[in-house]
Design a protein around this ligand. Structure first.
Ligand code: MG
Length: 332
């Protein structure tokens, strides 16, 4: 049999096909081929899931030893020389990139709701959740997106930490006191697990993630304005776990359309992009940790308007406020 090998390299949000390799080539040949496609130097390439006996293979190892399946996807991290130079240069004032493709809140047409509820029912029945840590009685639920919410998946870097949103672990540690934590990403389970490992989330000692949901738990809905879009219906979780409901769930995502089936429970987070430029100033997770803590005593999270989360003030006793107002009047 001819020993032609074809693999896909996933890097910085794009996929590159590498073919023309044979079983007798080495890891070093593979890295050179990747260099040709992506311009990332072999010594800067980190091939995350390329393993030999559980370890990173040596450069002179023959590819035949890796037993790669045809079309195997290699997840790579690695920086371009130019990007490294840019990142170490003093940051300029970059205009914030606005996501034009994002969708403003749009009510799903009533006549379609039955169809979507049926899809959700099907996910509840058929989607298998692998529980990592049992839900805790009395806790609320926090559902988190990954890409651009916790992690800048488009910038190039040599380690996951460089692309992690600042204060991620502090945020999760704080949230864990009142909320069970669920990660829901529109990618595959394999990537979710890989990323959570990379960021040190899956092994953290101060908080635990209850479970992960991937793209297969999502449903497609048709909106008059934008056509067919994929969304993350919280009903899938609510149907599987009776302790969670619209009253005690909040979900963070940088894409508002993911909330279409449950707009009252979504908080649109500012996307974390251009990690190299924004790592030092992004404090979103720190501020949101405080918000989560403040609303943890609320009886119905779905009734809050999370769009104005920055304006939220914990309810004070009414009497003080009335006192202030009458005081103002007597002054004028
Ligand atoms: Mg995202």
């Amino acid at each position: 049999m001819d020993g032609g090998i074809k693999v896909i390299v996933k890097w910085s949000g794009k996929e590159y096909e590498i073919s023309d390799l044979s079983e007798s080539d080495t890891v070093s040949t593979l890295k050179n081929a990747i260099h040709k496609e992506t311009c990332v130097l072999p010594e800067r390439q980190k091939l995350l899931n390329l393993k030999f006996k559980g370890k990173t293979p040596d450069d002179d190892l023959h590819l035949s030893a890796l037993k790669l399946k045809p079309g195997f996807k290699i997840m790579m991290m690695g920086s371009l020389e130019q990007d490294i130079a840019d990142a170490s240069a003093p940051p300029e004032d970059m205009p914030e990139v606005i996501n034009d493709l994002d969708i403003e809140e749009e009510e799903v047409a009533i006549e379609n709701k039955e169809v979507y509820l049926a899809k959700i029912e099907r996910r509840i029945r058929e989607y298998k959740i692998n529980i990592l840590n049992e839900p805790r009685p009395g806790k609320k639920l926090l559902v988190l997106d990954i890409d651009y919410t916790l992690f800048d998946h488009r910038s190039a870097a040599e380690t996951g930490y460089e692309l992690m949103r600042p204060y991620l672990h502090e945020f999760l540690t704080s949230a864990y006191k009142d909320y069970d934590i669920v990660i829901w990403s529109a990618t595959s389970m394999k990537w979710i697990e890989e990323k959570m490992k990379l960021l040190g989330v899956s092994s953290h000692s101060d908080y635990k993630v209850a479970f992960y949901l991937d793209s297969l738990a999502m449903i497609s809905v048709h909106t008059p304005k934008y056509g067919v879009v994929q969304v993350k219906p919280l009903g899938v979780i609510w149907g599987k776990f009776t302790q969670y409901s619209s009253k005690n769930t909040i979900m963070f995502d940088d894409i508002r359309r993911n909330f279409l089936m449950n707009p009252g429970n979504g908080l649109k987070i500012r996307p974390f992009k251009q990690a190299h430029l924004n790592r030092d100033k992004d404090r979103e997770l720190l501020r949101l940790a405080k918000y989560l803590q403040e609303i943890a005593h609320e009886e119905d999270l779905g009734s809050l308007d999370h769009k104005y989360w920055e304006k939220y003030r914990p309810k004070k006793k009414k009497r003080e406020r009335i006192g202030d107002e009458s005081g103002d009047k007597s002054q004028s």
